[in-house]
Ligand binder design. Structure first.
Ligand code: SAM
Length: 200
């Protein structure tokens, strides 16, 4: 019932690290077709139903919120709000996110974004790292102190620099390779936790 197999990577990460708890607010970058958002809606209880699909309501569970962004169209999903045809790296998108998030703040930023692969491994790596680095600007605008970021990257020479950049603003940064990610692919995820706001 997931829109895409990528859901299993996020489920695996979240089973281990429990980022998506009921009541939390989540921004899903590169959300189309919406599988990660489906996982997030279930786990933060943003649809207000126990499993995100059935009509079983547990009024004791706090309701979270999920906002997804993608350059492409993201088909509607109960419990999520989507900014289709939006570029995450565009400052105007950040302004819209501020309006859609409760209090203008998120507990978790997810990014499974990827540029269209050119086939030149080094170039694709550099482009994706640049996109990941732009997420630190987004974090500065919307991420709550203590918040988390999960972002996909393709391994390569700039991986260490990316990790160091994130370590400058997060208390803990881990590299993850979920079992659901094909072994031979260069795909990795960074899990950055305990966000420290840079503003005084
Ligand atoms: N996590 C999604 C899911 O589970 O359904 C799959 C995401 S797919 C691997 C990567 C997405 O990143 C694509 O839909 C692409 O359009 C989007 N993307 C790439 N660059 C982007 C950007 N600058 N802003 C927003 N979305 C972007």
């Amino acid at each position: 019932h997931f829109r895409c197999r990528s859901a299993f990577k996020l489920l695996e990460i979240d089973d281990k690290f429990r980022l998506l708890q009921p009541g939390r607010s989540v921004v899903d970058c590169g959300a189309a077709p919406g599988a990660w958002s489906q996982v997030a809606v279930q786990r933060v209880n943003s649809a207000g139903t126990v499993d995100g699909f059935s009509c079983v309501v547990d009024p004791a569970l706090p309701r979270g919120s999920v906002v997804g962004v993608d350059l492409l169209n993201i088909p509607p999903l109960d419990g999520a709000r989507f900014l289709s045809s939006h570029d995450v790296t565009d400052p105007a998108t950040q302004a819209k996110l501020l309006e859609l998030l409760p209090g203008g703040r998120a507990h978790v930023i997810l990014s499974d974004m990827a540029p269209n692969a050119s086939g030149f491994r080094e170039m694709d790596h550099e482009r994706l790292v640049a996109m990941c680095l732009s997420l630190t600007d987004l974090a500065e605008g919307i991420l709550l102190p203590g918040g988390s970021l999960v972002c996909k990257y393709w391994d390569g020479i700039l991986a260490r620099r990316l990790q160091e950049e994130l370590s400058g603003v997060f208390g803990s940064v881990l590299t993850l390779k979920p079992n659901a990610s094909r072994r031979e692919s260069a795909e990795r995820y960074l899990l950055a936790r305990m966000y420290r706001t840079t503003s005084p």
